[in-house]
Design a protein around this ligand. Structure first.
Ligand code: TYM
Length: 353
């Protein structure tokens, strides 16, 4: 087991999983579990950065665990755990923060996006957001946990000494920061504790799954998602209502963004020759969006239906879910505590007893 490269990834406990989570992350979790030493977790501490309702948070942890298992993550092959069950992560988060610059955190795209939302700012002016964060009143604050989100994510990865991290395109900046923090720590203390992790996606570049609303990525807070556990009727309705355009007016005209988004979804779910036939139909102005959407809904259902069915069974068996994560936490803690000892020693935090 130990010679295999280490893979680690996680998903925030903020709601059910959608096709973006599946194609950006979860599908790779399943594919990698035979060839790598894999650890997959539920990021409940990261979910706290947006102050969820406590009862909803715990439900979400259980839902996502059941979704991992339903999608095919096998607890006998991969190690599945909940982030907060590994307290070593929280301790190392404090230690690593001593080497992270406030400026580099303030400049992180995901921070700026979320801070803007929390403060209700629509402006795209970066300077504006930094000064607004610092000057915001206490009743409209951006919490420090959100700012240090990348430190916590880096610790998740570094504490397990992971080499590969299967995540979607939106997480690439966080991974870049993780590599920078790893290099910085190693060189500051003249140690070789952390490898530099890289993103991983089978045979392709990192994936960005678009939403159904014509622009941008599929995201839980965007209201443009297809969830893995959507019932058939709901799913069909969502796809049939997806934004398109008024139809091509001239042969060979460039494909509009909303239609390209549907084709991108099709490329993930549908046979390549069928996708090509719709591209050709756009080019010669014979495309019928109703047919295209029916096809897309059908192909998405082929992926999601077996997951939804297994999900229902697994979700109902909380004793099983509990057993999986108990076993997962033990193994994750074993490794995390070894790394934490190395980190403490490098920093001069030496135990007397
Ligand atoms: P989260 O919960 O936002 O998303 C989980 C995973 O789903 C991917 N994803 C997408 N991929 C493609 N297209 C989309 N539209 C799309 N939407 C979401 C994300 O890229 C991610 O892989 N910070 C992480 C959680 C995390 C983590 C970690 C991941 C915490 N610690 C350590 C890896 C390693 C996050 O917010 O994911």
């Amino acid at each position: 087991m130990n010679e295999k490269e280490i893979v680690l990834s996680g998903i925030r406990a903020t709601g059910n999983l959608h096709l973006g989570n599946y194609y950006g992350a979860l599908r790779n979790f399943v594919k990698m579990q035979d060839d790598y030493d894999c650890l997959y977790f539920i990021a409940d501490l990261h979910a706290l950065t947006t102050n969820p309702d406590p009862a909803a948070l715990h439900e979400n942890v259980k839902n996502i665990l059941a979704e991992y298992l339903a999608a095919g993550v096998d607890p006998d092959k991969a190690n599945i755990f909940v982030q907060s069950d590994v307290p070593e992560i929280s301790e190392m988060y404090l230690l690593l923060n001593m080497h992270v610059g406030i400026g580099e955190l303030l400049r992180t795209t995901s921070f700026k996006d979320k801070a803007r939302k929390q403060l209700g700012i629509s402006s795209n002016d970066d300077k504006d957001i930094e000064s607004q964060v610092i000057g915001s009143e206490s009743n409209k604050r951006v919490n420090a946990g959100l700012l240090t989100y990348p430190t916590l994510m880096a610790v998740d990865i570094l504490i397990q000494k992971a080499h590969k991290v299967p995540v979607g395109k939106d997480q690439e900046q966080h991974l870049e920061l993780t590599r920078r923090f790893a290099r910085r720590f190693n060189s500051f203390y003249n140690v070789d504790i952390f490898p530099e992790p890289e993103n991983f996606n089978f045979g392709h570049n990192a994936v960005k799954v678009p939403g159904l609303d014509g622009s941008g990525k599929m995201g839980k807070s965007e209201g443009n998602c297809i969830y893995l556990v959507d019932e058939e009727k709901v799913l069909r309705k969502k796809v049939m209502r997806a934004v398109t355009d008024e139809g091509p007016k001239e042969p060979g005209q460039p494909i509009s963004e909303p239609v390209q988004n549907l084709l991108t979804l099709m490329e993930l779910t549908t046979a390549p020759e069928i996708v090509q036939s719709y591209r050709d139909a756009y080019a010669d102005c014979s495309i019928r969006y109703g047919d295209m959407k029916k096809q897309l809904a059908e192909d998405i259902l082929k992926v999601t239906t077996p997951i939804r069915e297994r999900y229902k069974e697994i979700r109902a068996d909380e004793a099983y879910i509990g057993k999986v994560v108990r076993q997962g936490a033990e193994r994750a803690r074993e490794r995390a505590s070894k790394t934490l000892e190395e980190v403490r020693k490098a920093m001069g935090i030496i135990r007397f007893y």
